[in-house]
Design a protein around this ligand. Structure first.
Ligand SMILES: Cc1cc2nc3c(=O)[nH]c(=O)nc-3n(C[C@H](O)[C@H](O)[C@H](O)COP(=O)(O)OP(=O)(O)OC[C@H]3O[C@@H](n4cnc5c(N)ncnc54)[C@H](O)[C@@H]3O)c2cc1C
Length: 415
């Protein structure tokens, strides 16, 4: 039986950062991961360039049963703190848009930095190594693994969510939570493409590959079950089975089965009424075909799809009845549709839900079971697309590392 001051399960973003920070503060840390490769999600993130933070991060870009839970950790380890670290390690980066920071060269730079911090903190890493069993007695977590059994007074679960099972995602974190009496908010795929019924979608399947700036919204039950409208203005992408692109990925995190989404395909129009007025103005001055006029607002394939099948629109705009233009404005700016499902964990960037924050301290990420911590995506804290999920991984990891150092010192004094 080998002894450690802290054992961290999961060598992803949160686990690596936590292990390194705890090691650098003097704890003897063991980091265990069952997957042969370290930090696969960082490697594939941001199209291989890792959108490692967002300089505009606040708690408002996160969802979960308690949207305020992430505030404490996020305020104590900010995007600027991570940027300073990235600069210290001479990693070149740039802002893409909306505060999103990406590596200039490769996500590998972030992984190399995290591994270096772990090496400096003398973190021992067992990978690949499977966890067989965890039990707790006399204040110690005893873990049997593929290698030696190990024990520690502090155990950190950083096993992430269920997204992309082929690169190592498992439900171990939720099982550990339940084993120690903690609640788990039902996990669900998030930041994921939406799909539509086989009977409804074929009409639009030919549009696969078409992208357009759009406003996408859905209604979600808020406080007191009052409906709250969530809106995103970003690009939307048609796929063979449904819709994707940043706007749809963002809205997918809020979408619940059975709910509708609304799409404004002319996001700059200002809504149905202003769009109708614009069409009337064009009608009074133009002799062009409707479809040609629409290409001023929409990609040509979309303009065609939204006019074909309605013979009133297959003519010069000056000859179209106002009623048909009103209907067209409505169809373009308030397209209502009901997804049948999401593309699931195979395609989801993250998992919403997770370890219930009612059973965790927002200051330390320690659970109601003493010495047991949960950090990163395994917790019911889910960020928007745009670097927020990594910022949560770093911030929760840092809060946990600091707390473990204090707890270790306290345990040492009382021993
Ligand atoms: C394609 C893609 C692109 C993304 N791009 C971005 C981006 O650019 N910016 C951003 O902010 N977020 C991005 N994300 C989300 C981000 O990657 C995650 O939110 C983040 O990695 C979560 O960190 P984590 O450490 O909690 O979990 P993970 O990074 O998933 O790490 C969990 C670790 O636990 C290990 N593990 C799991 N089960 C077990 C087990 N049974 N035993 C031992 N070990 C186990 C896994 O092997 C893994 O190494 C992206 C996600 C995907 C899928």
């Amino acid at each position: 039986m080998q002894d450690f001051d802290a054992i961290v399960i999961g060598a992803g973003a949160a686990g690596l950062f936590c292990a390194g920070q705890a090691g650098l503060r003097g704890l003897r840390v063991l980091l265990i991961d069952h997957h042969p490769k370290v930090a696969e999600k960082i490697r594939i993130s941001g199209g291989g360039r890792c959108n490692f933070t967002n300089i505009g991060t606040t708690h408002q870009q996160f969802l979960g049963e308690n949207p305020n839970f992430c505030r404490s950790a996020l305020s104590r380890y900010t995007p600027q703190d991570f940027v300073d670290l990235v600069r210290e390690h001479q990693i070149a980066f740039h802002e893409k848009h909306k505060g999103q920071l990406f590596c200039d060269t490769s996500a590998e730079d972030i992984i190399a930095m995290l591994l270096k911090l772990c090496a400096q903190g003398r973190v021992e890493r067992w990978q690949p190594c499977r966890i067989h069993d965890i039990e707790h007695s006399d204040g110690l977590y005893r873990i049997t693994t593929d290698r030696d059994p190990v024990r520690s007074a502090q155990l950190v679960v950083a096993t992430g969510g269920l997204s992309i099972p082929k690169i190592g995602a498992t439900d171990l974190g939720y099982r550990i939570a339940r084993q120690f009496g903690l609640r788990v908010v039902e996990p669900r795929p998030a930041l994921v493409p939406l799909v539509f019924d086989n009977t409804a979608w074929p009409r639009f399947a030919d549009l696969a590959g078409v992208a357009v700036p759009a406003r996408v919204s859905t209604q979600t039950p808020g406080k007191g079950r009052k409906l709250h409208e969530q809106v995103f203005d970003e690009d939307l992408l048609f796929t063979h089975r449904g819709l994707s692109g940043p706007a749809v990925l963002q809205i997918s995190s809020y979408w619940r089965p059975g709910a509708s989404i609304r799409v404004d395909l002319v996001a700059s129009s200002g809504g149905t009424e202003p769009m109708y007025r614009k069409l009337l103005t064009v009608k009074s001055t133009s002799r062009k075909q409707v479809v040609n006029e629409l290409t001023g607002w929409l990609p040509a394939r979309l303009a065609q799809a939204w006019t074909e099948g309605d013979e009133r629109l297959g003519r010069a705009i000056c000859d179209v009845p106002d009623k048909a233009l009103s209907q067209l404005a409505q169809n373009l700016t308030d397209w209502q549709l009901q997804p049948s499902d999401t593309e699931g964990y195979r395609k989801a960037e993250v998992t919403a839900g997770g370890v219930d924050t009612r059973d965790l301290s927002s200051q330390t990420l320690e659970s109601t079971h003493p010495g047991l911590y949960f950090i990163g995506e395994v917790v019911d804290v889910t960020g928007w697309l745009g670097g927020y999920n990594f910022q949560w991984a770093w911030a929760s990891a840092q809060a946990c590392a600091q707390a473990m150092v204090s707890r270790h010192a306290t345990l040492g004094r009382t021993a």
